[in-house]
Design a protein around this ligand. Structure first.
Ligand SMILES: [Zn+2]
Length: 288
């Protein structure tokens, strides 16, 4: 099945897909095992750094092989900052490519995103292109304090103009979400322990923009946040840092065992990640 048709169904049924990032075989394997069990589609992401580390053909082959076995796992080129890296992912027929021009000014973001959409139209029709409008602060790691400003947030009218001009298939938005898990978030002179999402803004963007909306920076949000975000119009939720933390913690724990057999050590890591993937898959796959 194509990601496009799965997303069409999801938008109608007001459900969402989980997206998490992969830099090791164990993280990938956990996703495959989760989909085998839940039968719920899943998106795995590789950033430019993760692609370089894993090898772009290696991860693409792994995903293709899983798809051939009927496992609904999809591959996203996460946060492509350069036109070259986005084009490369299209050449490799990724299921989706996020061209992240959010650091650029509006005009330049439109211009470069359009180059990617046009390139896709020529090369690989099944690759969905995600654009990003509004600024997402933070890094996918643990940080002490993050300063959040309302000017980072996605303006619904600007989002509409961006989508109309670029013809992207998916849109990443900034609505109070941040990358990473900070100890504190400072916003409008107050300090918060977790991100406060602007659900009304999601709804407004959803009314103006007729394509699936993507929420990055899901780590640290709670169950209520996720359910409200999906209800307001989010169709894909990225959770990265939380899975990185699980990976490191479980690996450290597992290495304390006396065994020197790698798969006996790594199996426990896969199991923990898989459990958490399944938790989110089921949470986002809301039954009506
Ligand atoms: Zn992201």
């Amino acid at each position: 099945m194509e990601l496009r048709s799965i997303l069409e169904k999801i938008v109608k049924e007001k459900k969402a897909l989980l997206h998490y990032n992969v830099a090791t075989y164990e993280q990938f394997k956990a996703g495959v095992e989760a989909v085998k069990e839940t039968k719920i589609p899943l998106i795995i992401g590789v950033s430019e750094g993760e692609r370089n580390y894993l090898g772009i053909n290696y991860i693409e082959d792994l995903v293709d092989e899983a798809k051939e076995k009927g496992i609904n796992i999809f591959l996203n080129a996460d946060h492509c900052k350069s036109i070259e890296s986005a084009k490369e992912a299209i050449d490799y027929r990724f299921d989706s490519v996020l061209f992240d021009g959010s650091d650029l000014n509006f005009k330049e973001n439109i211009l470069r995103t359009k180059i990617i959409v046009n390139y896709r139209n020529k090369k690989s029709k099944n690759t969905l292109i995600e654009g990003e409008i509004g600024y997402l602060t933070g890094h996918s790691d643990i940080e002490s304090i993050i300063e959040l400003k309302e000017e980072y947030f996605t303006d619904p009218d600007i989002a509409e103009e961006f989508v109309n001009k670029t013809k992207v298939d998916l849109l990443a938005i900034s609505v109070g979400n941040i990358h990473g898990i900070p100890e504190k978030i400072r916003f409008k002179g107050r300090e918060y322990k977790k991100a406060i999402l602007d659900f009304e803004r999601i709804e407004e963007i959803n009314k103006k923009v007729k394509i699936p909306l993507v929420l990055h920076g899901g780590s640290g949000l709670n169950k209520k946040d996720f359910l409200l975000a999906i209800k307001s119009g989010i169709s894909i939720i990225h959770i990265n840092t939380e899975f990185r933390v699980i990976w490191k913690k479980e690996l450290a724990q597992s290495l304390k065992n006396k065994t020197n057999v790698p798969y006996k050590i790594l199996d426990k890591v896969v199991e923990k990640i898989k459990k958490r993937i399944i938790y989110y898959q089921k949470l986002f796959w809301i039954k009506k």
